[in-house]
Design a protein around this ligand. Structure first.
Ligand code: GLU
Length: 280
């Protein structure tokens, strides 16, 4: 009898310890809104891309820069968190929902398209930018003119991304799709000739083309619409509304356009009008 009671007490203590362990730290497992956590701790953990020039990039000296980074920082500031108190974590395309669900990050700003499938697992604020899927080929290529001209071509995209999914659903007959973990791996394959094309959002491809002058070019036939959102824990309506407000402010006070002109404009990408923030 006494032994079972001890077991029961032991189990309760273990459960409490586990709950405490999960509730702490940068993540969203405490059930509190990220807006409240930001207020309480003055810290945030944000998932970003490390290898997307102009958008989300970790520089060789360990700094972070790009339009997505500016958005992440602007939002944090509006939530009461200074730039120096943001911990950036690498969030590869296939890992984003998982990292948000597990509470490893408070939010993700990483060329993250809003769609219904992802909304089963996470919530989105935004959109804060709209682009579309295109193809990147070597500068001397002439036969890849669009997604319908991929017959027998070796095409690369990234696991867990919407462009890879689009190829599988609509163009799998033509293209020989290879899915890698990140876009920089695709880029290596494209420059060595192992791959014929890389597909993802045009704004990302423009950054790669600009980073490697004379080597690659965009085909220029956009065939999807990608609305970038900020991913956060599913059901955190307070957090989503606070982020939506921050995005609207960034657009209205000119910081949105200034950041795009600084980071995306030099790649030759035409800066679009800002979208209407509509996620609820
Ligand atoms: N926007 C697309 C997506 O969310 C492609 C870019 C990316 O892989 O981050 O999947």
């Amino acid at each position: 009898m006494r032994f079972t009671r001890m077991l029961r007490v032991g189990a309760a203590v273990a459960a409490l310890a586990l709950a405490a362990a999960c509730g702490g730290g940068g993540g969203g497992t405490s059930g509190k809104s990220l807006a409240q956590r930001a207020k309480d701790t003055k810290k945030l953990t944000v998932g970003i891309k490390f290898d997307q020039p102009g958008l989300g990039q970790k520089t060789p000296d360990g700094k972070f820069e790009g339009f997505d980074i500016d958005v992440a920082r602007y939002v944090a500031k509006q939530l009461g968190v200074d730039e120096g108190n943001i911990e950036f974590k690498k969030a590869e395309s296939a890992q984003r929902e998982n990292m948000i669900e597990k509470g490893e990050v408070d939010y993700v700003v990483g060329t993250y398209s809003i769609n219904d499938k992802r909304k089963e697992k996470v919530s989105f604020a935004g959109p804060y930018f709209v682009t579309g899927q295109d193809l990147l080929v070597r500068a001397d290529n002439t036969d890849i003119t669009g997604p319908d001209a991929l017959n027998g071509k070796k095409l690369c995209s990234v696991k867990g991304s919407t462009p890879a999914q689009k190829i599988k659903t609509d163009f799998s007959q033509q293209a020989e799709l290879q899915e890698y973990g990140g876009y920089s791996e695709c880029l290596t394959g494209l420059s060595t000739g192992k791959l014929d094309a890389l597909t993802t959002d045009a704004v990302i491809l423009a950054g790669y083309a600009a980073q490697n002058p004379g080597k690659f070019k965009l085909v220029g036939k956009v065939f999807t619409e990608e609305k970038y959102g900020i991913g956060l824990k599913k059901g955190d309506a307070e957090g989503r509304d606070a982020i939506n407000k921050a995005i609207e402010k960034m657009i209205s006070d000119g910081a949105w356009k200034a950041s795009l002109e600084k980071h995306v404009g030099p790649a030759g990408y035409k800066i679009p009008d800002p979208p209407t923030v509509s996620e609820k």
